[in-house]
Design a protein around this ligand. Structure first.
Ligand code: GLN
Length: 491
């Protein structure tokens, strides 16, 4: 049952071969028995009430394609009636009075919330080890990190604890954990999915998206996720191209004539040979499907790391100023005066990586350094976006390459080395800085005794609003390969 896709589950639910209540109980049982630390909060009573409501809708004949299908929400989307911690001690007991737009939309579609899943604190990280509530273990290998920041979302799909999960991507947090856990994820064009109720990390980069087993399932989820929201001022309008489209509509297009750009910068020094082998084999598979490979260059790729790690902390330092012990969450219990209360609250509530980023962000924004760092980074951000436009203008239709330079590393390996973590983001940051859509699909495994069970992800990057095209490309690949159907031992 739990190896079925959303598409298959939806068919069973509509044919009344299974009820949402039965399905939901099955997943709740799996979650309870699992040891990955993917779920932070479960509340069977709330969940089963939603399942019963979904069953009633199915009986009435008012169900949509996702009605009755269970979903796990990254614990950065606020949810009424549930705790929302953002992986931080600061919000350990926070309960939002309203639902994030994404949650609200899935609720109205009749989806059933299975619980809230683990993440790096405020989505800052690449390994889940920055969670205040202990890291998630990769279902493929308990010694390995699941990736981050949406490690809980990706692990939940890989371990078949949920058929669908929400996630967010600021610099790679949907694509990289999807790659490390051997599942499928898509980060849409910036501005397509509402950020309302998605706790802000870096507002000009944050974008919500789905993680599931297949591209087709991601398309079904995106149908309900994408759309303009008046409550988010950066949400794109239909006039700007944010149409309420059917993302499944292109899923049968042949790939004949597709020009795939292969950036030399994504295959250079630092790329592990086992990851390269799996990605190159996937590219050959696309050639068999009728595509052609074109060598391209994205010359500013290496600048994406310093640029991102100026802009993201700058925005984070501003966004996180709201956690002051007055308005939300944690407050220090003993303090001398107001200043002291702020200091103690923030020192106690925030973990080390979050504190580091607030300090870096405050520094690059301060008078005297603003022009040298922040303004400079904004200019380079534009040049990075221009690199992609030059490639899409006449050379290629999509770009493919690895998601990350290596397979998942061991828990603890980079835990005390922030720069090592930052460097591993090299292939995902530019897409985010440019606001482009990007996908990760499973395309193989690493090599050698240690890596043979650690998945490799293929990244597919498209131009703005090209989600339907990316999903079809991924779907065509998944019609002729079975990497997406593999599950960890014992699942
Ligand atoms: N790894 C990157 C960071 O630490 C990206 C995280 C994300 O996309 N949320 O900021």
């Amino acid at each position: 049952m739990h190896n079925k896709t959303i598409k298959e589950l939806s068919a069973l639910l509509h044919a009344k071969q299974i009820s949402s209540t039965e399905l939901t109980r099955h997943y709740l049982g799996r979650i309870e028995a699992s040891g990955h630390n993917a779920f932070l909060h479960v509340d069977p009573e709330l969940t089963l009430a939603q399942a019963a409501a979904a069953d009633a809708r199915i009986a009435e004949g008012t169900a949509g394609p996702l009605t009755g299908v269970p979903i796990a929400h990254k614990d950065i989307f606020v949810t009424r009636g549930w705790r929302t911690t953002a992986g931080s001690k600061m919000l350990a007991n926070y309960v939002s009075p309203f639902d994030a737009t994404v949650v609200e939309r899935f609720n109205s579609a009749g989806m059933v919330t299975l619980g809230k899943v683990n993440l790096d604190e405020f989505a800052m990280g690449s390994s889940n080890e920055n969670s205040a509530f202990a890291p998630v273990h990769n279902p493929w290998d308990a010694q390995a990190v699941p990736g981050g920041s949406s490690g809980g979302s990706a692990a939940a799909i890989a371990a078949r604890l949920a058929p669908a999960a929400t996630a967010t991507d600021t610099g790679g947090s949907i694509r990289q954990p999807a790659a490390f856990c051997g599942v499928t994820g898509i980060k849409p064009t910036y501005g397509r999915v509402s950020r309302f109720g998605m706790i802000a990390f870096a507002s000009s980069l944050d974008q919500g998206g789905p993680i599931a087993q297949t591209a087709e399932d991601c398309a079904l989820l995106l149908n309900d996720m994408v759309g303009h929201d008046v409550r988010d001022s950066t949400s794109l309008t239909p006039e700007q191209g944010n149409l309420q489209e059917d993302f499944t509509r292109e899923l049968n297009q042949p790939l004949t004539g597709l020009r795939i750009g292969v950036p030399s910068e994504y295959f250079g020094e630092g790329l592990a040979s086992d990851v390269e082998a799996a990605v190159r084999a996937a590219l050959e598979q696309f050639v068999k499907l009728g595509a052609t490979l074109v060598d391209i260059s994205l010359p500013k790729t290496s600048l994406s790391i310093p640029t991102y790690y100026i802009i993201a902390p700058a925005e984070a330092s501003s966004n996180l100023s709201r956690f002051d012990g007055v308005r939300y969450g944690h407050r220090a219990s003993e303090y001398k005066d107001l200043q002291d209360m702020y200091k103690k609250t923030r020192a106690e509530g925030f973990g080390r990586e979050v504190q580091r980023r607030i300090m870096v962000g405050t520094y690059v924004l301060c008078h005297g350094y603003y022009d040298a760092y922040y303004v400079q980074a904004q200019k380079i951000r534009r040049l990075i976006a221009d690199d992609f436009q030059a490639a899409f203008a006449d050379k290629c239709d999509v770009i493919m390459g690895p998601v990350a330079p290596t397979v998942a590393w061991d828990l603890g390996d980079k835990a005390n080395d922030p720069v090592a973590n930052y460097l591993a983001d090299i292939y995902t940051l530019s897409t985010s800085l440019a606001g482009l859509p990007g996908m990760s699909i499973p395309c193989g495994f690493g090599q050698g005794e240690k890596n043979a069970k650690r998945p490799v992800g293929l990244q597919i990057i498209g131009n703005y609003f090209a989600e339907a095209k990316l999903l079809n490309i991924a779907h065509q690949y998944q019609q002729v390969t079975d990497w997406h159907q593999r599950a960890p031992d014992g699942v």
